[in-house]
Design a protein around this ligand. Sequence first.
Ligand SMILES: Cc1ncc(COP(=O)(O)O)c(C=O)c1O
Length: 392
Amino acid sequence: MKYDFETVKKRYSTGSFKWDEMKKYGVKESEDIIPFSVADMEFVTAPEIVEALKKELDASIMGYAAPTENYFETVCEWMKLRHEWNAKPEWILPSHGIVDAFFTAVRTFSKEGEGVILNTPVYYPMYLAIEKQGRKLIDNPLKKSGSRYEIDFDDLERKAADPNTKLLILCSPHNPCGRVWTREELSKIGDICLKNNVLVISDEIHFDLIMPGHKHTVFASISEEFANNCVVCTAPSKTFNIAGLQTSNIFIPNPELREKFLNSLMLSNPSPKCNILGYCASEAAYKNCAAWLDEALRVIDANRKLICSYAARELPAIKVYDLEGTYLLWLDFNGLGLNYKELAKINHGEAKLFFDEGYIFGKAGEGFERWNIACPTRYIQEALERLKKFYR
Ligand SMILES: Cc1ncc(COP(=O)(O)O)c(C=O)c1O
């Protein structure tokens, strides 16, 4: 490996969401324990990004910054090379976050009381975007099929056909269960939505984090009709572990939808901008860090394989779902006969295992754990030993 995927920079008391939560449960700085919860990586930043940021700090003053032509071209080039998607620069609206963007999209493209479909269990802020803004949650629960989840298309068809249903928030790849939706599945979803005038908000933040043997398809790349009926949310933040720099790219190919989105954004955020270092890091990442990403994916894949084989051998009551994409492994602990509150108590107490508890992703997640495996392999090994000690 050319890059460093072994060093961990401990983030106690640095304001890290993930690390500071562990302090609540009495984990001390001197202990060699890392959290496996919030979706950022425990890998040090790619040196190409650090270099670019240092150069920017030396060369520039930190004034107001807009994305440059080069920025837009670099983002589009990544979409073309990595995702075979011919996106146009004018489709891009930079935003400091995807959660903000899907909140705005829900507000823009539906009215109070109208229905928004979610495939549950799912990333919890998606529920908030619907419920906190007075929209109606239309649940299209994912179906379990062996060690993966599938869309219930009959149910989706029925629910999309209700004239009160206006939007589908698609999580692609899906967080938390790790599915990379196939082109066929996405085509079916898109056809159902087109037929029923349901707009697709496709959150593709994990789109670069794909395991061997799987392929991500950008929803808008499938057809012009789909492109005109969607908002695609992307970012380099998960891919290159730069979420703290708050720069994402929202693609709205349909000019009418784009204008509507911008007008509505103005009411909540009258002067939307990202920061100068975010643009700089994103451009450097997309231009120079494909090799870093390929190596990071190899480490994540090795961690995935290690957990799967260890669990099959030592912890057969814990079911591990296939990880096709993301670095968020989904495990079912229900076979242990504990309820989800007992499970959390043991994990956060004696076991010192800081996963994300499955219930935060909806009722279907009760008794599950979401394990962020983007970290050095030795921490996975250590956590497996602790799992064995407490749950075998
Ligand atoms: C599916 C999904 N969407 C959005 C986000 C967060 O996006 P942002 O930090 O750009 O708001 C996450 C973070 O975990 C996520 O998993």
